[in-house]
Design a protein around this ligand. Structure first.
Ligand code: MN
Length: 311
């Protein structure tokens, strides 16, 4: 059972109360309301704090963060973007800020790469002109090109690569991929903060891959704390040029590492986790033995098992 606390305005809490009107239960002392759904128990307090508890709180939380309300069509709720303390201020995107993003997490072969960049407000328009945007919408060629352009602009960044042997070791030690990502972002951001020194910035934006509370828990388990002014947002690369730049640097590094691994193993390693990947795995096992996968793959992915049908 997990717990999550977020802060909302009185108005927002009133909207939530209306939204959950069919699920209201008796509320404890000091609470504005308590509602119980199949996912979670939601308790809102007069202080503005809202507690989400239960088996699946993220489903309910997701309805109220970043103005996203996926499961409900209530236009009124959709219109009022509801913010938490982790929602970046609107001014972040047009001012100097830090962005952090990763690549390789869904790919069977290859490492996870995480990059954090610092973008000065004066560089935003040039980067936009160059075509810096979400790396998912760019070809590998364009990504490599943009990474080079940014290197020429001397954009401060920190890049971390979690190679497959270490990835597999951590995974066997019980680390979830979420924890690995959280720790990589955490170290990349701290490295970058050390690099830029006293430079002023509005905030740090992490492309959200898990609930902020879960991220905090992961880094706390390794004695890390969240730097002040850290924000989370899904699809952050579409709003923040720093996150877009980070996504490009991370992706360019992933592409490069995949080329290196392919050469090393003598087989063209495909990105993703499709059937083609399963066939490649089978070929590697047949020709070089299963141990080789340890050096180039994320072994716990279902692909390792699926490949057996091709042996
Ligand atoms: Mn991302």
């Amino acid at each position: 059972m997990s717990q999550n606390v977020y802060v909302f305005t009185t108005e927002e809490i009133e909207k939530m109360k209306q939204y959950y009107h069919k699920s209201l239960t008796s509320s404890p002392q000091g609470a504005v309301f308590r509602a119980k759904t199949s996912n979670a128990v939601i308790t809102a307090y007069k202080s503005g704090k809202v507690l989400f508890q239960g088996n699946n709180p993220s489903v309910e939380i997701g309805k109220w963060l970043n103005g996203v309300n996926n499961s409900d069509t209530d236009a009124e709720i959709k219109k009022s973007a509801i913010h938490s303390i982790y929602t970046p201020p609107e001014t972040l995107f047009t001012s100097s800020h830090i962005g952090s993003d990763e690549a390789g997490t869904g790919d069977y072969f290859g490492p996870i790469t995480v990059a954090s960049t610092y973008i000065n407000s004066s560089q935003i328009s040039l980067l936009k002109e160059l075509g810096v945007k979400d790396s998912k919408n760019l070809t590998d060629e364009k990504i490599i090109h943009l990474a080079k352009e940014m290197a020429q602009m001397h954009i401060p960044y920190s890049l971390l690569i979690l190679h497959n042997p270490k990835y597999n070791t951590l995974q066997k030690r019980g680390w979830s991929q979420g924890k690995m990502k959280a720790m990589l972002h955490h170290h990349a951001i701290n490295n970058l903060l050390n690099k830029i020194g006293d430079v002023d910035y509005t905030g740090i934006l992490i492309d959200q891959f898990c609930e902020p509370g879960v991220y905090k828990k992961h880094i706390a388990s390794e004695q890390g704390t969240l730097p002040s002014k850290t924000y989370f947002m899904t699809k952050a690369e579409s709003y923040s040029i720093a996150v877009a730049a980070a996504s490009i640097i991370a992706r360019a590094s992933f592409v490069k590492e995949m080329d290196k691994l392919s050469e090393q193993i003598g087989v063209e390693l495909r990105k993703g986790a499709s059937k083609v990947v399963d066939q490649t795995i089978a070929r590697i096992i047949r020709e070089q033995g299963e141990e080789v996968l340890q050096t180039c793959a994320k072994l716990h992915f279902a692909n390792t098992k699926k490949a057996r049908q091709y042996l």
